[in-house]
Ligand binder design. Structure first.
Ligand SMILES: Cc1cc2nc3c(=O)[nH]c(=O)nc-3n(C[C@H](O)[C@H](O)[C@H](O)COP(=O)(O)O)c2cc1C
Length: 189
């Protein structure tokens, strides 16, 4: 089979990725800022840790350092337009909550609101940060999780036939998961 050699950065070879919207308090402006990240990952189950990679150029990076906590919000495919807009604007210049008419849910455990439209969200306390190349990996301990009741089955697995998760393909393109493609090969799961 033919294979082409390419240099890092020339393809989105590690996409698609689940979009995670990071929410953070902007105490000075008495609002909350939201920025989508594709570079986000669970890091540990005990304690529950979730990591988000932010460029120091983002306003969210500065706010996470100030606030010491953040929320993670997972959106449906229908919200691609709003997520793309959050990624174009910067909280430095624009109050995204007002500009995009974002409805917020109050926090359960910490101080940062979550996005009401998210099918799942969690409040994270900043416990570590590492500078890795041109990004900072912020590790947050998950203190509270909220989700729409129809989104997950009794095993805690997302029901793609009820909620179409928003995946980022790269270069401004989004997609979702086809529920008809779900398979459970024998002897697994
Ligand atoms: C789908 C998507 C994924 C993104 N992933 C990241 C990411 O992983 N890390 C990052 O620093 N910026 C990422 N960005 C860019 C930020 O969201 C963007 O710079 C945003 O405007 C930052 O807002 P802020 O200045 O209010 O923090 C992404 C944008 C989009 C639309």
């Amino acid at each position: 089979m033919e294979r082409i050699t390419s240099v890092p950065g020339s393809t989105y070879f590690y996409y698609p990725r689940l979009v995670c919207v990071v929410g953070v308090l902007d105490q000075a402006k008495e609002t909350c800022n939201f920025a989508p990240v594709a570079w986000a990952t669970p890091l540990s189950s005990a304690p529950p840790l979730y990591g988000v990679c932010l460029s120091p150029r983002t306003y969210t990076h500065k706010l996470v350092l100030q606030a010491g906590e953040f929320t993670i919000n997972f959106m449906a495919h229908d919200d691609a337009g709003i997520v793309a807009a959050m990624g174009k604007l910067s909280g430095r210049l624009t109050d995204k909550v007002k500009e995009l008419g974002l409805a917020l849910d109050p926090p359960d455990a910490l101080r940062t609101p979550t996005l009401a439209r998210a099918y799942a969200s969690a409040e994270c306390l900043l416990v570590a940060r590492h500078q890795l190349g041109d990004q900072t990996l912020f590790a947050g301990e998950v203190h509270s999780i909220r989700h729409r009741p129809e989104a997950f089955d009794e095993a805690g697995v997302l029901r793609p036939e009820r909620v179409a998760p928003l995946l980022y393909l790269g270069a401004g393109r989004y997609l979702s998961a086809d529920p008809a493609s779900v398979v459970s090969p024998a002897g697994t799961g």
